[in-house]
Design a protein around this ligand. Sequence first.
Ligand SMILES: [Zn+2]
Length: 521
Amino acid sequence: MESNPNQRLTKSTISVVLTAFFAAALGVGSSLALADSTVETGVAELSSKDANSDGVKGIAPSKAVTLGMKTSGIDASEIATYSRFAESLLSDATARVTAYGDGNVPAYAEYLKGVFIEGGFDPKDIHTLPLDETVSLIVRYRGDGTSNRKPVVFSSHMDVVPAEAGEWVRNPFELQQDETFYYGRGVLDNKFDVSMLTTMFVWLKAQGFVPNRDLIIAFTGDEESLQNTVQDLTNNHRNLIDAEYAIVVDGGGGALNNSDEAIQYMVGFAEKTYATYTMTARNIGGHSSMPRADNAIFDLAAAIQRIENHRFAIETNEITRTYFERSAPFLDNEVGEAMRRFAANPKDEEAIEVLRAQPEYIGTLGTTCIPTMLSGGHAENALPRTATATINCRIFPGNSVADIMGELSLVAGNPELEWAVYGKPVSSDTSPFNDEVMNAVEASLAQLYPGTPVIPRMISGTTDGAYFRAAGIPSYSLTGIFLNPKDSFAHGLNERVRRASIPESLIFWQSMIRSIASDAN
Ligand SMILES: [Zn+2]
């Protein structure tokens, strides 16, 4: 991969942005001074066209930004200043190829560490924790302790999934933009929120904000691959990240319709356990001209058929019932009606049948298991000595990996089959409802997208949040990003995020953080 010219600019960009801000704070300059200085660094190229309906230079336009500037009472030039700051961080981040195997996360973490130090954080409160080729970065924002409450962790990840540059319309490792979007690997998942959280810490510090409890940033380094860094944090550095709860700023957030109106806002409360099993049939084998009555492929096929006919129990919890109840009004059809009925009565068989038939919703009804790979035999004219099916399950919270393997093995109906678990799945409980977080979310939404319904979700994959939950730290996935689901290209080609997401997130997080860490709210 080509090295990135922006990396040479990064140091000067930080100083320029901070120096400009402090000049502005002293009344010497304004956001204009910043705009001028950034020309020299090349960052201004990215934002020179910016002007919203209010004519505030440097702020990507959206109805929510206009409203948010009014309702939050934050000075528009301050939002412009920190929008540019966040954009310069995102630009630097995008240029770093931080996929698994590239070994570039440590340099990214060092760069961010420099930003925090420039922003006034004590180097003693910043920890880079190397693990194999990657690293996590912990930054503690010291509070005055007046609330007597444990800290809150804010977590995002610095790594990305790989991108095949040749298949993208634009270079994935260079922040690019048009009228509406930024493009690049990680601009949505998850370098956007790494940049936003970093900006928020620096901005709040510059405002002189002292939280009533410690706030901790925990940036992990391999969420998209091994998820070892988060486990290293919970297992070996608990003192650095111990918290009342974690806000995992990765996923969740607002959904927009085609008129850019917010239709719902998702908060992740739980994750299904991702577990993969292998089921193997063995046989003595022999020559195919002399078939035996028993056969590894027949045995395996029969077991697969029994599993196909099996139905896991319907399960619900507070999160999934609320999810169905609040999602129902958005679907003006029989699926919406089934959601409403199921939320009211989880034993409603007709409603269950309708929801089961929807691949999008079946996973919210209970555990699902499905064969995904097959292998077997070793020659076209030999009786197979082994045949293996790979079965991938998404396990409903409350069931163990062993429970589900036991159930599958019973269903398969053949004690001769060999079962194994692939890798080390992590199980986590559902995080309890948290009024403080939900009230803070609602207050923040009221500034930007008033009246947006908040919908709790159970996620089907495994993110860092599962490990915080497994370690006894309740965790909530949410973000200040609002996007139309049709524009979500996370992990895919041409990943993008709305440019207006930067000022919207700034307003969102000012409200969120002040709400959960100051007495005024
Ligand atoms: Zn992510």
